[in-house]
Write a protein that binds this ligand. Structure first.
Ligand code: ZN
Length: 254
């Protein structure tokens, strides 16, 4: 059984009762989380059913903006203090700035433990073997180093943009994906917006269509915005199924 569980769907900062970017991917008993933005850690621990994050095999963090990465610091504490102390290292795939950010939030003594709690692997990089998956990554345009990722196993492909401006590599990233998880900070770009570093729903839908993806999951929705609008815009462009991320949503992938 394979599925994706949405931990959080907000861009930038969370709305009441929501969280920022975070997705649990489960496949053949292997569990990896994509991004750990504001408010995602309690939801992840609820999914795992324990306070030490036992049962989590790997973490992928696209970039060091806090709406994608800040709860990695909480995960560090869960694994370095209390019930999680002494547990095996969790594999972490991320740009190095993500690791440095967690280190910067601790005093020197504890900061030295970050690279013991997490077995860090650089992103973007050549493909990795990650449990049942092949993990491919692309450097995508954003204000800071940002890695889009693609998880492939026989019969299953999941692609995730992190935050990304429009880029031809997105089509390669999403090609034939069963589920393309894409930033949609707006339905369409506001006039005068500096649009090179983020994606709108119409752009995500065009990528999904060009890439021949099966399903598009719109996420990173701007707090306070009308969530029906990006879906409406995307459905007018993409001929596959359009989903809108919602906290606790489970996407079954067969
Ligand atoms: Zn973001």
């Amino acid at each position: 059984m394979s599925r994706v569980i949405v931990l959080g769907s907000c861009g930038a900062w969370p709305e009441p009762d929501r969280a920022c970017s975070g997705f649990v991917v489960e496949h053949e008993g292997f569990r990896v989380v994509l991004d750990l933005g504001y408010g995602t850690l309690p939801r992840l621990l609820s999914q795992l059913g324990n306070e030490a994050a036992n049962g989590l095999d790997a973490v992928v963090v696209s970039h060091h903006h806090p709406d994608h990465s800040i709860d990695l610091h909480g995960l560090f504490r869960a694994r370095s203090m209390g019930a999680g102390a002494g547990a095996p290292a969790i594999s972490l795939y991320a740009p190095e700035s993500v690791v440095q950010q967690v280190e910067s939030l601790e005093e020197e003594d504890d900061a030295a433990d970050v690279r013991a709690v997490f077995a860090w692997h650089q992103l973007p990089a050549e493909p990795y073997e990650l449990g049942p998956f092949r993990l491919s990554s692309w450097a995508l345009p954003h204000y800071v180093p940002n890695a889009g990722v693609r998880l492939e196993a026989p019969g299953l492909t999941i692609a995730y943009t992190g935050d990304s401006g429009p880029d031809p590599a997105l089509i390669e990233l999403a090609r034939g994906a069963d589920l393309f998880i894409a930033e949609a900070s707006e339905a369409t770009k506001s006039p005068g917006a500096k649009g090179a570093n983020y994606l709108a729903a119409d752009e995500a839908a065009r990528v999904a269509e060009s890439a021949g993806a099966q399903r598009l999951l719109l996420t990173h929705l701007w707090p306070g915005s009308d969530r029906a609008e990006p879906a409406r815009v995307a459905r007018a462009i993409f001929t596959g199924e359009v989903l809108v991320a919602d906290e606790g949503m489970v996407v079954e992938l067969g």
